[in-house]
Design a protein around this ligand. Sequence first.
Ligand SMILES: CC(C)(COP(=O)(O)OP(=O)(O)OC[C@H]1O[C@@H](n2cnc3c(N)ncnc32)[C@H](O)[C@@H]1OP(=O)(O)O)[C@@H](O)C(=O)NCCC(=O)NCCS
Length: 209
Amino acid sequence: MGEPSPAPTLRLPFSVDAYDAAPIVTERLVLRPLSENDVADVYEYQRLDEVLRFIPWPRRTAQEGAEHTRKRAGMRTLAADSDAVFFACVLPGEPSLFGDGGDRVIGDVMLRLSDADNADVEIGWVFHPDFAGRGYATEASAAVLALAFEQLDAHRVHAQLDPVNTASAALCTRLGMRHEGTTRETFYDKGAWSDSAFYGILRSEFDAR
Ligand SMILES: CC(C)(COP(=O)(O)OP(=O)(O)OC[C@H]1O[C@@H](n2cnc3c(N)ncnc32)[C@H](O)[C@@H]1OP(=O)(O)O)[C@@H](O)C(=O)NCCC(=O)NCCS
């Protein structure tokens, strides 16, 4: 047996409130907590078949989509397992569909408390396909991944995805996450079973990058 490892020290509760006034600014994006005012922008990607294909969201009407976004916008604290928070990814200069003269939300990145006792956090992402292929998802997710390790003090961050979702798998790899394994027919959604591929990155690997 080697040296004992320090016990996990996840900083809970973790609230995203502070990021309203002080959002995360990356090279091209601004990340702040998802808001009720993002309903229209989010529905632009929430309603698309190519997005729904890999996300366990049902097809929603605009009203149902608005309720869903309002619910997610109200989730602002990580305290217990399964709690989630959502960062809206805003592209400065791209007009919001909300019509308030603000900038558009082109995607969102989630952090979910997977296992507080073991400091394990799940990351997830969804972006409008009109803005794909330019590295925006990588840029936003890298910032949220850094937050998970540096602010929340995660020991491990993982993503779970359908292995046929090659865009999401490539994003994991760009973030430095490693494929840890694939479980068979573990996920039922929209009338079909899919496998689940798990990608993860440890604190030690993040620190070594
Ligand atoms: C998963 C998802 C976010 C990936 O989007 P993406 O556009 O492939 O990812 P990025 O925005 O990081 O763009 C990466 C691409 O831009 C290119 N790129 C250009 N500039 C770049 C930059 N500055 N940094 C990184 N990549 C850059 C990359 O080479 C890559 O190109 P490629 O696809 O030809 O290899 C998107 O497909 C999506 O939202 N899908 C639907 C929802 C979903 O599946 N969510 C995950 C469920 S598990």
